[in-house]
Design a protein around this ligand. Sequence first.
Ligand SMILES: [Zn+2]
Length: 387
Amino acid sequence: MKTTLKTNITVKDICDGFVYNELEGKGLFGLSGKLTIQPEYQRNYIYADGKRDVAVIESILKGYPLGLIYFNTVSDDKFEVLDGQQRITSIGRYVTSKFAVKDENGMEQYFDGIATDKQAKILGTKLLIYECEGDESEIKEWFKTINIAGVPLNEQELLNAVYSGPFVTLGKEEFSNTQNANIQKWSAYVSGSANRQDFLERGLDWVSKGNIGDYMSRHRHDKNITELKTYFNSVIDWVSSVFTDVESEMRGLEWGRLYEEYHKKAYHPAKVSAEVHELYADPYIKNRKGIFEYVLGDSIDTKLLEVRVFDEATKKTVYAAQTAAAVKKHISNCPLCAVGHDVNKDRIWKLDEMDADHVAAWSKGGETSAKNCQMLCKTHNRAKGNR
Ligand SMILES: [Zn+2]
């Protein structure tokens, strides 16, 4: 990361064109419009408590150091505050007379009411500012090191910071806006919240096939998000048309991957719906989240459903009966070994060397009860596969 220390930027420079948004509680711009103080991904201003904001101003008046401030260089003449937005916003709000500080006589004084030499002292105070320029990994590492308002940024917030620009701004307008009427619909399939960038992250994940950073880097300066938006909507529309019922287990599934794999296949929504209902009613299915992919894949891959296995008591009972019968006949207690021709054909396996198997496969309607249970040696059980 390239860093340049600036020691000649004054409070006056920083506060030139300072804009504070009361509604959002954010310091927005400074440095004649060249500096974004609290970019979208930053949290709101929290120093307005009459203590921390006042302490910043008192430090300046007493000539104490304010600490280092870091800017992220966005382009030649544009910067964002990486670290220091609370201090800068405090200074800006004070200089624009948004709050008062007690003088030596204990009197509350606004900036425009104090002596001009004091005003000049504040405005002339120089700040220690590092201008930073780096690639994604460097800036991310950097963000993880510094402490932004005590709450660590999540992965997508970090990426928004690293790739800030028109693309991120437009993306956030669409996907991170809690007022967006689509959020309720999206929430059926995507988990998380707009505030913490979860919808934006999912949209980017889907359109980029998992390479979010790379995608954001390539599109950073785009003036539109058409591809992202179109792709996201295609996935959501596809899911909601194939599966006409909304089930809570649909939330947070890998719909982007499933869309890529299955969207060219034709489905009959009424049949799909009936099959989903039937599977939901099946007490042997442990993993309901797997039902949707199972149905999309023509109901073949039962592993997705984690069909309930036989309990230990059932296994022991079946093992005992099977073994007693096999010993009498001098054959293996694994029925598949017994009909084979190798050395295992009369081998008596121990209980822990065997696994329970559905005689009639679960997928063909076989129950998970003792009368549908047989014990197989582990090798044969594995080989039998589809259960
Ligand atoms: Zn066997």
